[in-house]
Design a protein. Sequence first.
Length: 465
Amino acid sequence: MPSLRFPPRRTTRPDAAWRRLPALLALPALPLIVAVLGACGSAARPAPPPEVPRPQPQPFAVQEQPFLVDPLTGYPGQVDPERQDRIRAAHRALLAASDRDGALETADELLREDPSLAPAQVLAAQVELGEGSFAKAVERLLPVSDAMPQYVASQLVLGRAAEHVGDIPLAYSAYREIAPRNQRAFQKVGELHPRALEIVSNRLQEALRQSRWDEAEKLLSLLRSWAPSEARTLEGARALAVSRGDRVAELAAVKELSAQRPGERALTERRAELELAVGDPGTGMQIFQDLAAENPRDPELAEKLAAAKFRWRMSLLPGDVQDVASKPELTRADFAVLLYWLVPNVRYGRPTAGRIATDVLEHPHQEEIVRVVNLGLMDVDSTLHRFSPGAPARRSMALRSLALVLSRFGQKLTCLGGAAGRGPCETATSCGLLSPEEECRGAATLAGGEAVELIRRTLKLLGGA
């Protein structure tokens, strides 16, 4: 019989437990073992330290960057390629990484090499603008702006820095030069236009109040270059003309203003008066005729229309007589010329005396002066026999002569009663040559227009105007 043998008992090999570890880990009773094993592994292999994020470079002056374009933009000069690269590299580093030191170092190096290199000045000014050194940027770029007014990069920085320091006219002027070539400058021109005009207009008025004529002229020239047809410019031109007694310039301004404001009667009347005095007398008379037709019961307009007709008749006189009537300040000879040509009684009257004035024998208006003198209407020095034709014509002298015209050629003028004991101003007021509210100003010089109006009033009393 075969013997019975039991199979040998199997023993577990050391690595068998490791092969069964996944199954064991699934058992609920083994979490502690897993934790211990994990701790042992961790102690053996330490984790690397967490990475610290590197700081990102911050852009430079974000709000100002639209004004910090490539410093070579719009530069009218020539720059060699090597310097161009240095400028552009420094500019890029400035904007992207706020590399102020690098930009200033590059600008200083380039300016040491070539002090006239404007793009290097612009690069330095861009740093100053971004750092808030606005006055320094303005000071740096003003010479560049004067020399190269259409240099885009320079004018953008100058305009922005000027805005920050409160110099709106300078900012506006800088932007205006480059507005056709830069959209941001174009926008700024529209934004600053009203304020810039207001400031310059106020400065013009202040200069006129203080009689600073040269400064006022420059300010007006600025307004004309910015806005030639705007009311502020025209009013400034008119104010300067009035201050200087320039009625031709005043008429030019008033013409444009009255075209813009046709319903403003005072302006329309002033235009008519100036047309009569220094412009087209026919136009002036037509304006007054139209106004009188619109206001038939206005006695003041009726009087002005009569004066207009008189001035229009003057336009038929010789040109040199018309020139005298337009003078801002008459001489004694000028007044004698007006008396002769405007008062028919003087021109055709018969002299009653034969006085001699030795200082008019070669004068171009000798005939007129001699006639007025020999009618006794103007004085001659009885000792020296001098008329003094070049001496200023004073209002008191003119009023005395006109009183003599009324006395010699008038009939039954009661206003002259007792005139011998009165001064020329009192007699003139009594006869209506001066209105009660009108100042005599006897010592003042006489303008041509004033003399013509006084003579017209005299002729009206004589029944001839």
